[in-house]
Design a protein around this ligand. Structure first.
Ligand code: KG4
Ligand code: ZN
Length: 345
């Protein structure tokens, strides 16, 4: 089955072509530079940018895959959650293509796609990324991005339930906002990761919110506030490059400790033998290392999504859409609407 997939839920315009579980192309046009000027994503600008870029990105994806539109069997798009006007661009374009080609349209939940993205692995034999669901194991899955922090139990393919999520800020938001307080450009997460490498994670002691709370929920706004007050009381720190590195390492250590401890605890409590992680923050090297160590210590298998599949991409949307069609789930209505606040079940 050959599927064209579109992702425009936030600030990445992405179009992918997948065939029989294999990623043939995954074109991404990032708007980060545009939004950096404003210190965060401006929804109206994001939507305009998606409109401008979608066709060239789609043509690039088809060209790279060597696929003509007539060869497509279905068209998929992110239906939610996300920025309303940004979602509209991708969803309506996908529905129009499906209508013109008389092929099924599949509306995909962005986070459901994240949940299954760690099963997409690089296969040396055919030099490509393939969804390897034959290796699937029931798992506790951590989704950490700029807008969401979710812990879910994935019992079998297409069968999952949310265990907990953030009650306020997302982990990525905490990186971005505390980084901004230190004068780092948006999004600060990747830069904090880089600076933290040469910093002392024990230099400053920041809170680990909800670390010992019985629920699987997260909270990061208290940590952000604590950093804000700390910097207000120690304004000179940000002038010292080494202190900034120490701050980055200490904030990162607080975020990572909570994410890792609660993920491992949930896996052990439920009794699954596997942990997976995806979403932009899963690019963070400390999170990847700490999860790897904790899983090893606890006898758990770990699958981290490939970095290019952690940040927003259409490939994971296409892979999930194909799994759904193969599982016999019905296609979506051609006139179905965006679902900006769509909760993961
Ligand atoms: O999944 P994503 O691309 O977009 C959504 O939010 O849906 O995630 C972006 C988030 C941003 O908050 C960014 O700062 C964070 O992921 N991020 C990182 C790293 N790379 C991206 N945070 C910490 N360390 C990183 N290396
Ligand atoms: Zn995402």
């Amino acid at each position: 089955m050959t599927i064209l997939a579109i992702e425009t839920s936030c600030d990445e315009t992405s179009v992918a072509v997948v065939r029989d579980g294999k990623i043939l192309s995954n074109a991404v046009s990032s708007q980060i530079a545009l939004h950096a000027e404003y210190g965060g994503v401006v929804p109206e600008l994001a939507a305009r940018e998606h409109l401008k870029n979608l066709l060239p990105v789609a043509l690039a994806a088809l060209r790279e895959a060597g696929i003509a539109a007539e060869q497509l069997d279905a068209v998929a798009a992110t239906q939610g959650p996300g920025l309303p006007t940004a979602l509209l661009v991708g969803l309506k374009a996908a529905q129009a293509v499906a209508f013109a080609l008389r092929k099924p349209f599949v509306g995909v939940h962005h986070h459901e796609a994240h949940l299954y993205s760690p099963w997409i692995i690089y296969k040396d034999t055919n030099q490509s990324f393939i969804a390897n669901f034959s290796a699937f194991q029931p798992n506790v899955s951590l989704i950490v991005s700029g807008g969401h922090t979710i812990l879910a139990l994935v019992e079998s393919e297409l069968n999952h339930r949310v265990l907990g999520s953030t009650i306020d800020d997302a982990a990525g938001e905490c990186f971005d906002k505390t980084g901004k307080l230190m004068g780092l450009a948006y999004p600060a997460g990747p830069e904090m990761d880089r600076l933290a490498e040469q910093g002392n994670p024990k230099a400053f002691d920041f809170p680990r919110p909800l670390l010992h709370d019985a629920s699987d929920d997260f909270s990061f706004s208290g940590l952000k506030t604590s950093v804000r007050y700390f910097l207000r009381d120690h304004p000179d720190l940000v002038e010292d490059q080494q202190k900034v590195r120490d701050l980055c390492a200490s904030i990162q250590a607080a975020i990572v400790e909570v994410l890792v401890a609660k993920t491992i605890r949930a896996a052990k409590r439920i009794g699954v033998r596997c942990v997976t992680a995806s979403g932009g923050v899963t690019c963070n090297r400390s999170l990847r290392n700490e999860l790897a160590q904790a899983c090893k210590k606890n006898g758990l298998a770990l699958r981290l999504a490939e970095k290019f599949l952690c940040t927003d991409n259409a490939a994971m949307i296409g892979i999930l859409a194909e799994r759904k069609l193969l599982a016999g789930l019905p296609a979506s209505e051609l006139d179905s609407e965006i679902k900006p606040g769509w909760e993961l079940a």
